[in-house]
Design a protein around this ligand. Structure first.
Ligand code: C2G
Length: 132
């Protein structure tokens, strides 16, 4: 049983996220997502439209996702990899190189981001529609 883990905010879930989750699951048999808490998002300089609970509810209903745990800080990845016996850490290549220190504990894979879609773009469209 090959265990894969990824992390993210996954706000306003879109096909770029789904594409990442699908490819992550294809790297093994079991996929855990470390979902950024609202507090950790603030640390990342992000304010999500949907709360942690709402984002968690959506992720838990994605066929590729087997477990959702809370991501509360930058430091928890090593302990998560040990706690959940993770074989592969995977994340989008906007993070290329940033998590190479995890290679000591598991395989590290950076997947190409899906072009032309992002939460930021969706937020922009939503706010333009609101003000229209
Ligand atoms: N993603 C993607 N293509 C997009 C948008 C996002 O492949 N068009 C990927 C990102 O690369 C990331 C995942 O989807 O792997 C979740 O994206 P975000 O919610 O923006 O996550 P991020 O803020 O990058 O959080 O500790 C790591 C951080 O929590 C990652």
């Amino acid at each position: 049983m090959k265990r894969v883990m990824t992390y993210g905010t996954f706000d306003l879930l879109h096909y770029g996220h789904i594409n990442l989750l699908k490819r992550s699951k294809d790297l093994g048999d079991y996929l855990i997502v470390g979902l950024s808490s609202d507090e950790f998002n603030a640390l990342k300089g992000k304010k999500s439209v949907m709360s942690f609970e709402e984002r968690k509810e959506i992720l838990q209903n994605i066929r590729y996702v087997d477990k959702v745990v809370k991501e509360s800080n930058w430091e928890q990845k090593v302990e998560d990899i040990k706690k959940y016996n993770i074989d592969v850490f995977v994340i989008g290549d906007d993070w290329e190189g940033k998590f190479d220190f995890l290679k000591e504990y598991c395989e590290v894979v950076y997947l190409p981001r899906t072009k032309s879609i992002s939460t930021t773009l969706l937020k922009k469209i939503l706010s333009e529609q609101e003000s229209a």
